[in-house]
Ligand binder design. Structure first.
Ligand code: GTP
Ligand code: MG
Length: 401
């Protein structure tokens, strides 16, 4: 153990080494990590032990899963997804931030529940241009939620399945306290906020060694590459991987490696909604909220349900942020009322091919050509092939042979 560590951390490490049961070992190692100061000299120790921790947690989850398979009960916190799922969440220590008010404003589904404590999820459907958004108010989460306090595990597990999360922050109260708790508990539940999955893959192989390959110009430009390669190998090894190829496509950190090795990590889009913007001094607080959090949260909105001040184009904001586009299919000259929602984030573009497959594979297999109608273009109507790149609001008619 390095002499860079404070005595308390060293003592905790010893407790970890002495601990018997897996759960106890996990706990001690987590406590150890929280006691290690974060700087250059401790970076590697932290990464190595995080990797060990991830491995132990995986083993622990596997064991639990095996025990559970026989006794499956449906949790009241688990919501079946319908349309684009948007979850409203807040900090229990700041009650009544206005989630039910927001749910009711968008969906009309909770008039008589405003001002009452929400203990179980409330659901409503918000329609925006024929697109269905399922708005779910989750009970607020408290300190220790990620350890299961206050149904925390069930709530966080539903958050992991959502398309979008809205942190609802009361602007008339301490915003740091509210933000800190949400960010902390989500991070402990392996929910990464507004991050893309890291540009790397880890494949297990038969060969008895760990190989690290830098495959793009950006990856090759990483400075201190040799040192990093050694560190990556150690971290991967500590995670129990003895042979494999690590392919790197861009700039990465050791934490990214651990994330890829941790199957429970999910990447979620999160926006912040400041509420009660009608109360005094909230304008100033809202400005602070924006200033402190824009780096990590590109969308921060100020709202007031008292004054019915809320973006009319909320659906539009969500679609853009989630990189989703609308495609209207046409058949025999009749345009469908409801658009198909296509995901731009997967391949960075949506092609006629993707739409054909989404409608039905047979449209792709027997494809002949497609007609695309696009408003505002000089040539409004075009005959195109499978690889044609589509834009938001395009109308597409697929012809088969
Ligand atoms: N001044 C003001 N009060 C609001 C606003 N939005 C909600 N409130 C009030 O805040 C109280 C709590 O609102 P709820 O919508 O029930 O809050 P919640 O977040 O659902 O609360 P929990 O479910 O208990 O977590 C109610 O009395 C609302 O009328 C607002 O924009 N301005
Ligand atoms: Mg509520």
């Amino acid at each position: 153990m390095s002499s860079n560590l404070p005595p308390l951390a060293r003592a905790k490490y010893q407790e970890y080494l002495d601990a018997g049961a897996l759960e106890e070992r996990i706990k001690k190692l987590e406590e150890f990590l929280s006691l290690v100061p974060k700087h250059k000299a401790t970076e590697k120790i932290v990464a190595l032990n995080k990797s060990r921790l991830a491995k132990m947690k995986r083993e622990f989850e596997d064991r639990k899963q095996k025990q559970k398979t026989t006794q499956k009960i449906i949790s009241p916190f688990s919501i079946k997804k319908e349309g684009i799922q948007v979850i409203l969440i807040s900090n229990f220590q700041t009650p009544g931030v206005g989630k039910t008010s927001l749910l009711n404003y968008l969906t009309g589904a909770a008039e008589d529940k405003i001002g009452k404590f929400t203990a179980l999820p409330e659901i409503g459907i918000y329609q925006y241009q024929k697109i269905r958004f399922q708005i779910v108010e989750m009970p607020s989460i408290m300190e220790g939620a990620s350890d299961g306090v206050g149904n925390g595990k069930e709530i966080l597990s539903q958050l992991r399945a959502a398309d979008l999360l809205c942190f609802c922050i009361d602007l008339s109260r301490n915003i740091e306290e509210q933000m800190d708790l949400l960010v902390y508990e989500l991070s402990r539940a392996d929910i990464r906020i507004n991050q893309s999955p890291p540009p790397l893959t880890i494949e297990k192989t038969g060969a008895n060694k760990i190989q690290v390959l830098y495959l793009t110009k950006e990856a090759k430009d990483i400075n201190r590459m040799e040192e990093l390669t050694e560190e990556i190998k150690e971290v991967v090894y500590a995670n129990g991987v003895r042979n494999g190829i690590i392919k790197i496509y861009g700039e990465i950190t050791l934490d990214n490696i651990i994330d890829v090795l941790t199957p429970s990590v999910v990447y979620k889009k999160v926006i912040i909604l400041g509420t009660k913007g009608d109360l005094s001094h909230t304008q100033e607080v809202f400005e602070n909220l924006k200033k402190s959090y824009t780096d990590k949260f590109p969308i921060i909105l100020g709202t007031s349900f008292q004054k019915e001040n809320f973006p009319k184009e909320f659906g539009e904001i969500i679609l853009k942020f989630l990189k989703k586009i609308r495609i209207y299919t046409m058949s025999g000259g009749i345009v469908a009322q409801q658009p198909l929602i296509m995901d731009l984030s997967v391949n960075l573009s949506v092609r006629v091919k993707d739409v054909a497959i989404k409608i039905h594979r047979s449209f792709y297999e027997s494809f002949d050509h497609a007609i695309v109608i696009r408003e505002g273009e000089r040539q409004k109507r075009k005959k195109v092939g499978l690889d044609y790149i589509l834009k938001d609001n395009d109308i597409v008619e697929i012809h088969i042979t």
